[in-house]
Design a protein around this ligand. Sequence first.
Ligand code: 1PR
Length: 554
Amino acid sequence: MGLYLLDYGAGNVQSLANSLTKLGYEFTWVAQPEDFHKATSLIFPGVGAFETAIAHLESRGLFQPLKEYIQSGKPYFGICIGMQVLFESSTEATRKGLGIVPCPIESFDASDKAVPHIGWNSADLITPSDDTEGVQPSSYYYFVHSYRAKYDADTYPDAMTWVHATTQYGQETFISSVRKGNVFGTQFHPEKSGKAGLALIDAWLRKPEAAHTHAPPAPLRNLIPKPTHSLTKRIIACMDVRANDQGDLVVTKGDQYDVREKIVTANSAGAVRNLGKPVALAAKYFEAGADELCLLNITSFRHSPLQDQPMLAVVRAAAECVFVPLTIGGGIKDTVDPDGTKRSALEVAGAYFRAGADKVSIGSEAVYTVERLRASGWQKGDGTSAIETIAHTYGRQAVVVSIDPKRVYVDPKTYEGPYQDELVYGKEDGPENERGKAWWYQCTVSGGREVRDVSVVELAKGVDILGAGEILVNLIDRDGTGLGFDLDLVNLVKRTVKIPVVASSGAGSAQHFVDVFRDTPVEAALAAGIFHREEVKISAVKQALRENSINVRD
Ligand code: 1PR
């Protein structure tokens, strides 16, 4: 008897479990159809792709028992896909949903905005005076999805009686929470929405079970979109993690990717810079208001990631104390263990998701895949790459591509290479000996150790075709320099793709964040060194953005 959680076997459901533990609730996982009879309340933290979710529920014999559980009138709380399965269908999938809310889930219109919708947005209650279910109009909640149920009272009046709150993205108003009778569901992830999300989960669980059965139908509204949506710009703290010379995992930080101290002795290179312990720093950045955290295993190309238990342990421990999204990068690719066992990129990613990661970030492997895609004439991928397999199972929003480009300076008058259309004639900088030259951006692999004949524009175009959900744009020339983000690079990538982009490398002051959000349409900005060395606080960055009328989460 009691609270049960439904896990259909894919995606990060650990974060909800961690939230419940943090809030002091006990729960049991649904293991078999009979468990639905024992449950007195149920949370379904659906993560990933609609098709995969329904397929897993069906194959484990849970689809019909779930429907019966909901129809029995016992309290149900669905999160993200756990809310979407209540609907009739999704254009993402061939399989049907539970059909409880009679309208379809469809793709966002990408003509006026980046898709997926990733980040912190507000939720407006349909009836503000009604029971809020813990949804606060003044709070921001974390969304990550490409598909949504549109608020459409003309076409689907019956379905709209389920609507509890709506959210605006671009000029679209979609359903961000549903509630009727015993059912509650959120499109956003409360378990990833910081303190506001934990408060919402707590509010639902505190309510006596009997009080969950009476939510009335919602009135229909004529909702007119506001001139702009409330999606905030995201500030991401990044931790580059590797083993130091003593074998301990530490957060390090490079200058143009060189993470060793400059002091070199006769017998050894400088030591690996140690800026702290990954889990302690992650907890600190969560408390400090980071909107997202990124942990990059920067030497994973040397090892088999599934043998790299310390990194999985770091992710597990970080997910226990961090309730904002966590991206894990490094070594997401097909590998072979030392004993010859083959591990697919999908397996590696799955291990990180189960440990508590929300997104995985793919670096070197993305470059090799785009090389193959270009050789095939930019047709669709063959479905076997890490990007495609992970996006298919977990949804494209779970796949970040991390690009590590370098500038290549050329004399524009004599340059005859293939990247003439991509040449940048920067206003300001470039090293002394390259002044007056133009440049293009060349991709690298293995943490900048090897350059490849792929430009950043080709890479961005390729990974968008393959199904990546977001691009993290580093720049080796700027990494650790404090000179500011390379706005030319960020604009170049933004012009190439429709998916969200994260600017990275070079942040040296709060003003640099203002610059990147004012002068480019980028969705998020990431920094490492200035946060690790406490030169600039996350709160100071957000204050500067607020002073410049740039929307951020408190
Ligand atoms: O190739 O899939 O195994 O992934 C490896 C990952 O590790 C990639 O995401 C790659 O960017 C990262 N990586 C590899 N070597 C290094 C290194 O520094 N030697 N770190 C490295 C990259 C760059 C940024 C950094 C920003 C901001 N780190 O993430 O955090 O430049 O720094 P700043 O604010 O101090 O300027 P794979």
